[in-house]
Write a protein that binds this ligand. Structure first.
Ligand SMILES: [Zn+2]
Length: 465
């Protein structure tokens, strides 16, 4: 693809309106009546593009609410967006150069003043998309935002996607499965000498699996006679924030979203070195995933554990230490925990969620199931992980805390949220950006998870409520 400056400036699509003719007929008098004063036009303050396989997001940040309409044009596939009350400015023109050639959905964008007071954006697409346009009120450090989310028409199969990327091998020691219909090979006994359980084929070949059943109730969990293999444990790792939501920021400018993604990737490769573990990342790049969607993704792969990775911030830079949180059904265990949960739950406001979709997502996630058993298991997991982290960093508090974190609400998956350290503390910010420290932290979490499973094998857990 030629650089944007060399793209032939094609005329923007002319819309089938008659207004132009009216204007011609009316002459200058009409123009002066209908063209608003330049001072009234909204200003685009910033443009941002977040390309990702899940969806590509384009954000226009403005000094006031903008009204936009859109339509799709076929052959070739284009998305046309008209924004009212806007005059073209250099910031908006800068959008053209922000489209990367590896964007999964957008080939290029053309920007033009379609008619007085209306700016037209034409996105040339790589494939058919399901666009979602919505506005967000000011949140965090952002002013008003107009958001275009471009989703693929066919919702990608999470597991198929990971197999394609080489991320979802049934046996990390071997190359990824070429044929997903082949059951995973038998794995050796764990060193602990725990009684073996049956191999669970990957979810895509389990037509009989019902997500509403607890793992031990699922038919494929029954050991077959004489089978000396272990079940693959699936761990959902959730790097917090991403995309529009930077999370907390340190005094040296490091961003929580980058640090936690880096730690999660290290943790992923270390967990996958274990003979019986595989990992799904809720995000593997810099884009925003709504809180409900993170839980949904973990449930889709029938994760055995959900581990959310964050870095704290507090007003006082002296605050320090690592913490581990689990869900609470009856209020928070401390005001600090409640404060932390409220802060993390604001991610959707800053990251930007289309409210219409959001309600559907929540409805599907927040099933009317008791989370008592989940919380009991999460406490055990949390304690095991906290103990190990205590070996490498000072703990903010010596015990696992509880609060209403939205991301920990999968009713059937033990879930913890790790605040790795305080990014707002200059000393801990330096540690968090240090490769060796990130490795130590990942090692500690791996040991914690292994210790948890040593005492609570996946199929021998007490889940009775
Ligand atoms: Zn966070």
């Amino acid at each position: 693809m030629p650089p944007p400056s060399q793209i032939r400036p094609e005329p923007l699509i002319t819309s089938p309106i008659t207004r132009r003719t009216v204007l011609k007929a009316g002459g200058t008098l009409l123009l002066s009546v209908f063209t608003p004063l330049p001072a009234m036009a909204a200003q685009i303050l910033a443009v941002r593009v977040w390309p990702a396989a899940d969806y590509t997001r384009v954000t226009l940040e403005n000094d006031s609410i903008l009204k936009a309409t859109h339509f799709i044009v076929k052959d070739p596939e284009r998305l046309v967006i008209d924004i009212e009350g806007l005059e073209l400015n250099p910031t908006l023109k800068g959008l053209v150069a922000k489209i990367q050639s590896n964007d999964p959905y957008i080939k290029q964008v053309r920007v033009g003043q379609n008619r007085p007071n209306v700016v037209r954006l034409v996105f040339d697409l790589k494939e058919e998309v399901r666009p979602q346009l919505f506005t967000l009120p000011p949140a965090g450090s952002y002013n008003h935002r107009l958001i275009f989310d471009l989703y693929p028409v066919q919702e990608p199969d999470l597991i198929a996607q990971m197999i394609e990327k080489g991320d979802w091998s049934s046996d990390p020691a071997k190359p990824p499965m070429a044929d997903t219909r082949t059951p995973p090979p038998a794995l050796p006994l764990p060193e602990s000498g725990k009684p073996p359980v049956a191999v669970a084929p990957p979810p895509e070949i389990r037509p009989d699996v019902r997500p509403d059943l607890r793992p031990e109730q699922r038919p494929e969990a029954r050991p077959l006679p004489g089978q000396k293999v272990v079940r693959l444990i699936t761990i959902a790792l959730d790097p917090g924030h991403g995309g529009e939501d930077p999370g907390a920021t340190g005094s040296r400018g490091s961003r929580e979203k980058d640090i936690v993604l880096s730690i999660a990737k290290r943790l992923k490769s270390k967990l996958e070195m274990q003979p019986n573990m595989r990992v799904m990342l809720t995000r593997d790049a810099d884009f925003f995933v709504p809180l409900g969607m993170r839980v949904e993704k973990a449930r889709k792969v029938q994760a055995d554990l959900f581990v959310s990775i964050h870095a704290d911030a507090f007003i006082q830079p002296s605050a320090r230490g690592s913490s581990v949180f689990v869900l609470s059904e009856k209020g928070a265990t401390s005001s600090a925990a409640r404060w932390m949960a409220n802060k993390e739950n604001q991610a959707d406001l800053i990251g930007g969620v289309n409210v219409k979709n959001h309600d559907q997502q929540l409805a599907s996630v927040l099933l009317d199931l008791s989370t008592t058993a989940q919380i009991n298991d999460s406490m055990k997991l949390g304690s095991a992980v906290l103990r190990e982290i205590g070996g490498i960093n000072r703990l903010h508090k010596g015990s696992v805390e509880q609060a209403g974190f939205a991301v920990l609400k999968a009713p059937d998956i033990p879930s913890i949220l790790i605040e790795t350290a305080f990014i707002s503390n200059p000393e801990e910010e330096a540690k968090l950006t240090d490769n060796a420290y990130q490795d130590q932290l990942a090692d500690a979490i791996v040991t914690g998870i292994k210790n948890y499973f040593a005492k609570n094998p996946p199929l021998a857990k007490s889940r009775s409520t």
